[in-house]
Design a protein around this ligand. Structure first.
Ligand code: PEP
Length: 247
């Protein structure tokens, strides 16, 4: 699974060249991975399922509000279902930091989704926590929100070390692999249905380093920010993922 998080980036012009560049570069292999784009929601009108270059692309929201009603500026989970979105990203570190979202709120969002579309829950430690060697404790606490919940088979975690986002820095692939195994074990032990989630890696993934991550046993794909803004680069990352045989 490869997901593009465009964050608050894009213009009409960029979107049309993105579609064209992506369509030219991507390999339509027999077994296509799940590929999704989360654009800023004001641009959803361009993500028509009739668009040939987008036929195999899912689309989703970068975040949503768990309630409808008097919440100026919000887009709700029910609206996302109504518009047949395929996935919802929750708990991104920028939502936690800039918009002060805490675990309780993120849990409300997950519960309100009620397994109706794929949830992609972002978790990750900051530099200080990494330096202190408490990464696993931080991740375990962020994962507390799944405790006792019945999770859909599609439930996905994105491991995104905050210090790796947009910095060009990444952990070593083998360290990412160990953390992904840890995340799978924690969710399996704590969810009501003992679900083993898919775990994506996110943080400075490019077409140059993607292969080193995708080769690792417990890396089920990537959440890509900066490098997803160029259709051709994003397609290259998708092609690398499609070409990996983990058997
Ligand atoms: C992100 O913020 O989800 C992300 C992965 O960003 P980048 O790829 O730019 O580090």
């Amino acid at each position: 699974m490869i997901i593009a998080n465009w964050k608050c980036n894009g213009t009409k012009k960029m979107i049309f060249s993105w579609f064209e560049d992506y369509g030219k570069e991507v390999n339509f292999v027999d077994v296509l991975p799940i590929v999704g784009v989360a654009p800023p929601s004001i641009y959803f009108g361009y993500f028509s399922r009739e668009n040939a270059s987008l036929k195999f692309i899912e689309w989703g929201l970068q975040d949503a509000d768990h309630l409808d009603g008097p919440r100026t500026g919000a887009i709700s989970v029910d609206m996302l279902i109504d518009m047949e979105c395929d996935f919802l990203i929750i708990g991104h570190s920028e939502r936690r930091e800039i918009f002060k979202e805490d675990n309780d709120l993120i849990k409300e969002k997950l519960k309100s989704l009620n397994n109706r579309v794929t949830a992609i829950l972002c978790i990750g430690e900051n530099k200080e926590e990494n330096n202190k060697g408490i990464t696993r404790d931080v991740l375990k606490e962020q994962l507390d929100i799944v405790n006792g919940l019945e999770l859909d088979q599609s439930f996905t975690v994105a491991y995104e070390p905050v210090w790796a986002i947009g910095s060009g820095l990444t952990p070593e692939p083998k360290d990412i692999n160990e953390i992904h195994k840890f995340i799978k074990d924690v969710v399996q032990s704590n969810s009501a249905n003992n679900l083993v989630p898919k775990v994506l890696y996110g943080g400075s993934v490019t077409d140059k380093n993607a292969e080193s991550f995708f080769k690792e046993e417990f890396v089920d794909g990537a959440l890509v920010g900066g490098a997803s803004l160029d259709g051709s680069t994003f397609a290259k990352i998708v092609n690398i993922f499609s070409g990996i045989d983990k058997k």
